[in-house]
Design a protein around this ligand. Sequence first.
Ligand code: BGP
Length: 475
Amino acid sequence: MSKVTVTIPDDFILGAAASAWQTEGWSGKKPGQDSYLDAWYKNDRHVWHNGYGPAGATDFINRFREDVALMKAAGLTHYRTSINWSRFLTDYENVIVDEEYATYYDSLIDELHANGIEPMLCLEHYELPAALLQQYGGWGSKKVVELYVRYAEKAFARFAGKVTRWFTFNEPIVVQTRVYLDALRWPYEQNTGKWMQWNHHKNLATAKVIKLFREKGYQGTVGTILNPEVTYPRSTAPHDVKAAEIYDLFFNRVFLDPAIKGEYPAKLLALLATHRVNWDYNEEEMRLIAENHVDEVGINLYYPHRVKAPSRAWHPETPFHPAYYYEHFELPGRRMNKSRGWEIQPQIIYDMAMRMKNDYGNVPWFIAENGMGIENEAQFKNADGEIQDDYRIDFIGEHLYQALKAREAGANCQGYMLWAFTDNVSPMNAFKNRYGLIEIDLENQRARRMKKSARWYRTLRDARQLTLSLDDEMK
Ligand code: BGP
């Protein structure tokens, strides 16, 4: 181990992220304003850890001024959250803005600016209105794509003067993968065609919203926030390498390529045809995707993903699933975050950065999420009651180091944003794993308290330097 000090460039983002539904809580929510998450929570509460969920969340909607003060104390340069589509409107068909909710966003944005923190807004972080899921089947419907574009138009009209960095989605692949590909979440339906239809419609929606933003002449950028899993094959053998390539096509390139290059990989289209995955698209939609690329990409990176060639035959009656081509592989001896069950390998940041540089035209991008969810953090409180989360400081330091190293090697990496600013609600895991720089004390009216990592994060901003101890092989 030896000590290393790296300079953090002045324009490098040092931020944190969250989303509307994971923080705001239901205070002030009107009948009919449920999101997909709200409907899932209402229908299937027993799968949410200890019954916590979007209803209470962190009550950010009432406490945002206190939280923005803490953001300033923790040294954040940027804060990313979403607008909750299901609450921003009272009528999704006629796009009627909920004035009360919009006013809250005006105040939040003003408060961030007043404290020197740049807001970044995402238009959908899984907050599809539940009514549109029930009525049209959600993102399976072209009508929902149109309604989303009209919602985006209202959001831009209201806030584009004050917010210049916009994102169409956060992790657009997640909901349909959990619901339609793996049937792990409500409303539980295995349907590979629907999975691909949702993927395509979200790509189409991104293109349409970019087009709209540019046509209206707003100042600023529109990007998307993706979660490509850096996927390593078990071995260098061709069968393992093929498993990793196919995984990459189905789960990473299905969003990266349309967003940045304006097209689906030909190999992915061929695989969908081979397996008769039914999805509906046309020439005009492909043209829109081809003509409207993102300005920047946010990338959420938490863990490496490893695969090997499948070792068993596919049952003939099982519908097609990309796992036909791969199996997950666990590296013996891997470093783990046991609370979340995710491997820790900071090199994913460097490897993703090189991929963005070499395969995606060095488009501007930043780490939009990275972080460490830990169970029972109260056990790490010192005598004064402050959580001593040195494990989080090490985790952030090691990942940030890889980003800075990649930048020195020519990667167009614009910054690092931690998930999350405060502890908040995760799908199903709710408050089980704590991610925040700021503790939310559920036993004590959701009191906020800085963790040791928040004070440390502040020093990064003040000194514009990262100092950490590294194994020689990590340098
Ligand atoms: C990302 C999501 C976040 C957040 C985070 C933590 O995938 O964009 O919303 O939830 O993961 O992961 P988890 O909530 O599964 O612990």
